[in-house]
Design a protein around this ligand. Structure first.
Ligand SMILES: NC(=O)c1ccc[n+]([C@@H]2O[C@H](COP(=O)([O-])OP(=O)(O)OC[C@H]3O[C@@H](n4cnc5c(N)ncnc54)[C@H](O)[C@@H]3O)[C@@H](O)[C@H]2O)c1
Length: 189
């Protein structure tokens, strides 16, 4: 039997990247998946990818920063999918580069504005060079010597959502290529 047979999962931020990889792997493992995201095009694409491969998925448009939309999304998922077993809170935007508890409300709003407000600057070639250099530098920080692929996050998510993790309560699974060990720091939150 597949690892997630009978599970009904909501994966937020599943229009791209890690969330999409998790949604696809969950479906491959037998879960019924609800793809929740503000990005309609990407979200529908993820759901289509899953159904075309024989999995069960629906897209629900949802901005996780708006409580009414989250409630409506969860209500719809429960109505259509039955008892929800799994919620992957993956949606998010980067930017301020510090722990959640240190982010001021105005910084948080600014991050949302910058990332979702459509004020994105076009990337110039020199920016691309800098971005490449930054990625190389970040990869060098990790003992494994490279950055992760989205699917490398999905394996841990499958385990945590499965019955194999039945005694994992409040557990933290670190998937960071060894970075936290190298720098003797805890996982990022
Ligand atoms: N990639 C990394 O190195 C890394 C490292 C640490 C943490 N993370 C976190 O992992 C998660 C996924 O990262 P990723 O690299 O796949 O990023 P990504 O940008 O590819 O995916 C983020 C997804 O969240 C969605 N999203 C953003 N704001 C939303 C909102 N308000 N409501 C609903 N959906 C929203 C986006 O549309 C997108 O589909 C994010 O929360 C990110 O902060 C990523």
């Amino acid at each position: 039997m597949a690892a997630l047979t009978g599970k009904v999962a909501v994966v937020t931020g599943a229009s791209s990247g890690i969330g999409r990889a998790i949604a696809r792997r969950f479906a491959q493992e037998g879960a019924r998946v609800f793809v929740a995201d503000v990005n309609v095009t990407g979200g529908e694409e993820t759901a289509t990818m899953i159904t075309e491969q024989g999995g069960e998925a629906s897209f629900i448009e949802c901005d996780v920063a708006v409580p009414e939309q989250v409630r409506a999304m969860i209500d719809r998922a429960a109505r259509e999918g039955g008892k929800l077993t799994t919620l992957v809170n993956n949606a998010g935007v980067g930017g301020v580069g510090k722990p959640l508890e240190e982010i001021e409300p105005d910084e948080f709003r600014r991050t949302i504005d910058v990332n979702l407000g459509g004020r994105r600057a076009r990337m110039a070639p020199e920016d691309a060079d800098r971005a490449h250099a930054a990625r190389e530098a970040k990869a060098a920080m990790q003992p494994i010597g490279r950055q992760a692929q989205p699917d490398e996050m999905a394996g841990a998510a499958v385990y945590l959502a499965s019955d194999d993790a039945s005694f994992c309560v409040g557990s933290i699974v670190v998937v960071d290529g060894g970075e936290s060990i190298l720098h003797n720091i805890g996982p990022y939150f």
